[in-house]
Design a protein around this ligand. Structure first.
Ligand code: F6P
Length: 324
């Protein structure tokens, strides 16, 4: 294999640049030509590709976002879109792809490769950590640390005013950011999509806390939680049931997606980027490179998108116990 291309797709994640750098440098080290595709699959369809040199990735390891830009392409979900994408690769003689993204990226890849058999390896780049075949995804550690920093600050002001705060964190259908940041910040309650939320029990727990004269309540809610009305709905119920409680809602939002990646994310992204190019050279294809128990593992795309990373029972049980 002599010509590779790399793209980032879906929601950006801190560490994507570190991954791009590792892919580009590993390819060049192995005397391969490496092309960058801008704006994910959409850029591929539109032929927005350029050949990359080692210097193109200088000084990006510490930067959030992605120098290749990213997008969620509707056109790639169509047969015509995928045919155009294939033509762009064929025209340039590109023989292999490295795809950095989340479940949407890999679902797109599965469809593409049913028809066009260009070897591809994926890297898990998503703050949500909602993929199987890896213990961590690129960006999760940074996002969760950003959430922790923000929630710690919220607790300070909550404490100063004796307030109840609902903090909504990201995670479209996975609660890992909520679980980890909630535990790390000593949240009184953590609401996740993986566990059915019974709002009445949440309210009962607040009443218990009130009886025990807890002055600060911090409830961390994942944006993907199943309860009706989400965090806004919960805010309304709390205000109605506890009119004397001074209650606020803070939605952390996209702040969790930006910022300089943590050391853990930079090392993870570098290892996986290096492994992806090595994997392609060894003939691996249609797999995602992940890290399981500290070792590189390749998992077929279909499996990576179907299974979520394992959510430890002990962590779920701990939530109530440590909030006593
Ligand atoms: O997939 C990452 C993620 O940040 C989710 O947690 C969130 O639901 C979604 O992307 C937000 O997407 P957008 O930036 O398109 O609003």
């Amino acid at each position: 294999m002599k010509k590779l291309a790399v793209l980032s797709s879906g929601g950006d994640a801190p560490g994507m640049n570190a991954a791009i750098r590792a892919v580009v440098r590993t390819a060049i080290y192995n005397r391969m030509e490496i092309w960058g595709i801008r704006r994910g699959y959409q850029g591929l369809i539109e032929g927005d590709l350029f050949q990359m040199q080692a210097q193109d990735v200088s000084n990006i390891i510490a930067r959030g976002g992605t120098i290749l830009k990213t997008a969620r392409s509707k056109e790639f979900q169509t047969e015509e879109g995928r045919a155009k994408a294939y033509q762009q690769l064929k025209d340039r003689g590109i023989e292999g792809l490295v795809l950095i993204g989340g479940d949407g990226t890999f679902r797109g890849a599965v469809e593409f490769f049913k028809q066009y058999h260009i070897p591809a390896i994926g890297l898990p780049g998503t703050i949500d950590k909602d993929l199987g075949g890896t213990d961590f995804t690129i960006g999760f550690d940074t996002a969760v640390n950003t959430a922790v920093d923000a929630i710690d600050k919220i607790r300070d002001t909550a404490d100063a005013h004796d307030r109840l705060f609902i903090v909504e964190v990201m995670g479209r259908d996975a609660g890992y950011i909520a679980l980890h940041s909630g535990i790390a910040c000593g949240a009184e309650d953590i609401l996740l999509p993986e566990v059915t939320t019974d709002v009445d029990s949440v309210l009962r727990r607040i009443a218990d806390d009130e009886r025990r004269k807890k002055t600060v309540h911090v409830l961390v809610v994942s944006e993907g939680d199943d309860m009706e009305g989400g965090a806004q709905g919960l805010l309304k119920r709390i205000k109605t049931d506890f009119p004397k409680l001074d209650t606020r809602l803070s939605v952390l939002g996209h702040i969790q997606r930006g910022g300089s990646p943590t050391c853990a994310d930079r090392v993870l992204a570098s290892r996986l980027g290096f492994a992806a190019v090595q994997g392609l050279r060894e003939g691996k294809t249609q797999v995602m490179a992940g890290l399981v128990n500290g070792e590189i593992v390749f998992t077929p795309f279909e499996q990576a998108v179907k299974q979520h990373a394992h959510m430890s029972r002990d962590m779920l049980q701990m939530i109530r116990v440590l909030a006593v």
